[in-house]
Design a protein around this ligand. Structure first.
Ligand SMILES: NC(=O)c1ccc[n+]([C@@H]2O[C@H](COP(=O)([O-])OP(=O)(O)OC[C@H]3O[C@@H](n4cnc5c(N)ncnc54)[C@H](OP(=O)(O)O)[C@@H]3O)[C@@H](O)[C@H]2O)c1
Length: 281
């Protein structure tokens, strides 16, 4: 599994991690086994949130990481409606209790809401001083929001921006990725398979993915995951509910795409317009 530096944290993390949105909805044993197998294979970045299943996903993650906390880069998120100064601290403590751990590796504001960003950031800084989180970041932030967070927090505080990024949705390449690269902020792409909308083999783009996959003895999904992590700032967090999917996703972290293959993919899945990113709720 290729590792990239995670923004200013000094940590090096596998480029492919594991999402957990809706993971509590299926076969619990299979989902726990998938997460554990993923950790074995280097997908140690586990992304969850208080929102997912109203805490049920965090409880499932607790089961998966039991006895293995130190192997994992654990991320959770506070809902915007809880992101006041005291609310952020309370939400984090509840996430820690559900996750049965004493700290998060990174804690994110899920998206911007009504609470002033300065209050949320003050709480995140407090949590970090208290050792309850080791770093903090944001999610679904466009460049103007990132600028505001940077102005409030100062250099080297913001660890990551978690944003929508899949092969059909490359809008963050216009301005968000360049901004993050210039400010040493990790970019964590979510919904890398389009939350279930992966290109079929008989579409134009699907044929290009299939052709490149065949050359690597890989699958189209593996090629897509590697494309989405082709730069040092990039990470991705596919969600898988069974061991087979976890194994397939993890193996993408060892592929190497050539410049010409990346060009072919960029042409097959054009960049499109710059749009504002909102959570896909
Ligand atoms: N910050 C935010 O606002 C935000 C928003 C959305 C998502 N996220 C995070 O990003 C994570 C990933 O995004 P997502 O859950 O929306 O969708 P996704 O990862 O793009 O897609 C998940 C779907 O892909 C399937 N899948 C996974 N691996 C597969 C494989 N190797 N072969 C075939 N199918 C496979 C899964 O099936 P199975 O479940 O059957 O394996 C599931 O149906 C989330 O779980 C969450 O942690 C964050």
């Amino acid at each position: 599994m290729e590792l990239h530096g995670f923004g200013p944290t000094g940590r090096r993390i596998g480029v492919i991690g594991q999402g957990t949105w809706y993971i509590e909805n299926g076969d619990r044993k299979a989902a726990v086994a998938a997460l554990r197998r993923g950790i074995d294979l280097g997908m140690t970045h586990i992304d969850t949130a208080e929102m997912y299943g109203s805490g049920a996903a965090e409880k499932l993650v607790a089961e998966a990481i039991a006895g293995r906390r130190d192997e994992v880069f654990l991320v959770s998120k506070v809902l915007p409606e809880h992101a006041s100064r005291s609310g952020t601290i309370a939400a984090c403590e509840q996430s820690l209790a559900r996750l049965q751990t004493d700290r998060l590796d990174c804690y994110l504001l899920h998206w911007r809401g009504r609470h002033p960003l300065a209050d949320t950031i003050a709480a995140l800084e407090q949590l970090q001083r208290d050792g309850k989180i080791l770093s903090w970041g944001v999610s679904n932030f466009d460049v103007e929001d990132l600028e505001e967070a940077w102005e409030i927090a100062g250099k080297g505080r913001l660890a990551c921006n978690q944003v929508l990024y899949h092969i059909h949705e490359r809008a963050i390449e216009h301005a968000v990725i360049p901004w993050c690269e210039n400010h040493d902020v990790a970019v964590v792409g979510y919904s890398p398979f389009g939350h279930g909308g992966f290109p079929g083999p008989h579409t134009g783009g699907g044929r290009v993915l299939g052709h490149i996959a065949a050359a690597h003895h890989a699958t189209p999904r593996q090629i897509a995951l590697r494309f989405l992590t082709r730069k040092p700032s990039l990470f991705t967090i596919p969600k898988a509910s069974n061991v087979e999917h976890a194994e397939e996703n993890a193996a993408a972290g060892d592929l190497h795409l050539s410049d010409s293959e990346i060009d072919q993919l960029e042409r097959a899945f054009p960049l499109g317009r710059r749009t504002r990113h909102l959570p896909t709720l």
